[in-house]
Ligand binder design. Structure first.
Ligand SMILES: *[C@@H]1O[C@H](CO)[C@@H](O)[C@H](O)[C@H]1NC(C)=O
Length: 88
């Protein structure tokens, strides 16, 4: 939804804070044998150093099928930092 701030320092790692709406219906993952579901959102992007970068932004545990359909309004739970100074 929004880039809240973006920090770019000379010779330092880039970091960005974002606001996200995360919505999903994961009800179909629940069977008679499902205790809980772990869900995460990761940013995946390409940089000159790495063909694939993956950074976890948010995660959660769904304890029951009744909670499997959700919409969460949040900022990234884990810091989104690139190992170099290349976030666009
Ligand atoms: C994001 O979530 C908030 C809170 O549920 C909602 O009010 C808003 O309309 C949502 N925005 C978009 C673009 O879906």
């Amino acid at each position: 939804l929004n880039i809240n701030w973006f920090q770019k320092e000379a010779n330092a790692n880039d970091e960005v804070s974002m606001t996200l709406n995360i919505s999903a219906d994961l009800s179909s993952l629940f069977t008679w044998n499902t205790k809980q579901v772990f869900v995460f959102v990761a940013a995946e992007y390409e940089t000159p150093q790495n063909a694939l970068n993956q950074v976890s932004l948010w995660d959660g545990i769904i304890p029951a099928k009744e909670h499997a359909k959700f919409l969460i309004h949040t900022t990234n739970k884990y810091r989104f930092i690139d190992q170099a100074s290349v976030l666009p």
